[in-house]
Design a protein around this ligand. Structure first.
Ligand SMILES: [Zn+2]
Length: 220
């Protein structure tokens, strides 16, 4: 586990930075695919974890949520709009077309009851919840004003999923039910000028100018 800022750690994964899991205070943020259960539990063993929260209920973020919550006996929290997906058997989809089949077959975890539906302004692990819909109906990001640290989720990627190269980009349309709305969410996050931006996919970015420039160049 790597400390990115005080009270904010990124868990190790393979390939590095491909599918990210964070520990914010004592809250585990996201849980990768269902194959990640062992690597997550091994890295947080001995740490105080009081809850598990999602940026959104897609298969590459909630895959090990049921397993982690069950193993640790902690509640699951996610954005209000993603509660139905998380609680409905087979409800988690992250894509349209053939990708749905791939994700359901290899990545998605089982449904799990959501103990707390997160809304704008809620506090999670020392961060404030920001509603950032578009990539999913209930997508949320987590913002800590004191040091301008932001957990972006998938509003933007800092990775090209095909080449594995870092670089800012919008999430693929095939995985994003409402791209215009997601772009609005990206604009909102860029206005915050995060000193540290932590993505669902890709390495952390400590360059608020690059974040703002990328978003500013997106078509209106
Ligand atoms: Zn994702």
């Amino acid at each position: 586990m790597k400390e990115l800022a005080e009270g904010l750690c990124q868990l190790r994964g393979w390939p590095p930075n491909a599918i990210n899991v964070y520990l914010a205070g004592d809250v585990l943020i996201d849980a990768a695919t269902r194959r990640a259960e062992r690597r997550i539990l091994a890295q947080i063993s001995g740490r105080a974890v009081s809850a598990h929260a999602l940026t959104h209920a897609h298969p590459d973020h909630q895959g090990s949520s049921h397993a982690v919550c069950t193993a640790l006996g902690v509640p699951l929290w996610c954005g209000q709009g993603d509660v139905p997906a998380m609680e409905t058997p087979g409800g988690v989809t992250g894509a349209s077309g053939w990708q749905t089949w791939v994700q359901r077959t290899f990545w998605a975890g089982p449904e799990h009851p959501v103990a707390r539906a997160l809304v704008e302004g809620d506090e999670v692990g020392g961060f404030a919840v920001l509603e950032t819909p578009g990539h999913s109906p209930g997508h949320v990001s987590y913002w800590r004003e004191s040091d301008r640290a932001l957990i972006v989720g998938d509003v933007l990627f800092n990775l090209n999923m095909l080449t594995g190269r870092p670089g800012l980009r919008e999430p693929p349309d095939a995985f994003t039910p409402d791209p215009p709305r997601n772009r609005e969410s990206a604009r909102r996050l860029a206005e915050l000028r995060p000193a540290l931006a932590c993505f669902g996919h890709g390495p952390p970015l400590r360059d608020p100018g690059a974040f703002a420039d990328f978003v500013g160049a997106l078509p209106r």
